[in-house]
Design a protein around this ligand. Sequence first.
Ligand SMILES: Cc1ncc(COP(=O)(O)O)c(C=O)c1O
Length: 476
Amino acid sequence: MTRYEELAGEITRQIRAGVLRPGERIPSVRQACAAQGVSPGTVQQAYQLLEDRGLIQTRPRSGYYVSATWKSAAAAASTPAEPEVSRPPRASTSVAVSDLVFEILESVKSESVVPLGSAFIHPSAFPLAKLARFMGTATRALAPRRMVADLPPGNPELRRALARRYLAAGVSADPDDILITHGGMEALNLCLQAVARPGDTIAIEAPAFYAALQAIERLGMKALALPTHPREGVDLQALKEALNKQRIAACWFMTSFSNPLGSLMPEESRRELVAMLAAREVPLIVDDVYEELYFGKTRPRPAKSFDTEGTVLHCSSFSKCLAPGYRVGWALAGRWAQQVRRLKMMSTLATAIPPQAALADYLKQGGYEHHLRGLRSALQAQQGRMIAAIAAHFPAGTRVTRPQGGYFLWVELPGKADALALHARAAQKNISVAPGPIFSPQRRYAHCVRLNYGQPFTPQVEAAVATLGRLAKSLL
Ligand SMILES: Cc1ncc(COP(=O)(O)O)c(C=O)c1O
């Protein structure tokens, strides 16, 4: 089969699975070239074939669309349903997930593994060669005094560039309040340490990012997991009830493309969330490391933009969208900015200075927006293909999320399929998955897995999804 026939076959599967619905636009030739790593001619031939088969239509000066005559009902029927809102226990609990998390993380390190359980995008998606040039230039040009001048809060050019990006997103940030950290994880840990003490209860999503659970575990705090909607994030009514019932020292939420659910809290809910917490003086730590990876037209307005009282601590990093391994993140910690800076100086003292300088230069002249546009459209296309493959290979009754950004799918297996067993069997076939229990203080979600679609959707990845589907069926 030629490459264009393969591509046409893949799009056909997505249309059949209802991932692409009648009347919906399909990726432009340019987007498809970037996502698939093929030439414009290959994409045009594939689209011509689909048009000949009546599956898509061209609209002059607008693009390619799924044909309106395609049977939507049949297509929708074969699309996996979405998971429902989570219902965690209503009591706070101590956390001890680290042993399980380390065991799982260790098992996904090998290069021969298809990394569907990874938390990273494939490195080929990043402008690493260009970044290396900026790194070389920045290091050579670094005035010796910068080695001291750029100690916390960090490189002034980088903080100014971040402040400009905040401004564009509707947040007025003083560069002096931005603290550059060792990745987002240090920013989050410092913020948690600044706002709460051992024994305090921290409200989190259910399921929640395992490193948030580990931070709570490390600091001897308790977690209160809240019902969370796979599309819209934390249930604000449940949060309100919890706040009325018990003392919550802080909330730690992901408002954009949460890990693992991929939920995106609507703008109105963000506003309500910030106001509700500010009225009670409860700090809100926002883990926003996926904020740039949106599939919509514009970046979701950050919760921080509604913060009039300084009670939102916004944390993010370049690890997921530009420079994995550079370990550069930041915190804009509102009222706690000074305290967070001091905690940084008392623990790791400073963030490595050359990567900060390189990123500052890259943000000025490296073509960041262009890179982000390409990355977003590649991720969106990969998501469609992963969902189509799950629809084709996983057992009937499997549920899958439809995130509007990021690169994770949360997959709920039917019946009593055991995700830890799936993880173990998949590992024997050199495939990793992130099993549900690592995202819960009570090791819930025993029948769920998080899959990463941040890898190019190669035949190897498709085969891995098919193998997982077979293994999942065998566990039923
Ligand atoms: C939700 C979430 N927050 C934070 C991080 C850590 O970010 P960084 O690598 O910048 O420390 C990750 C990485 O996996 C993540 O998924």
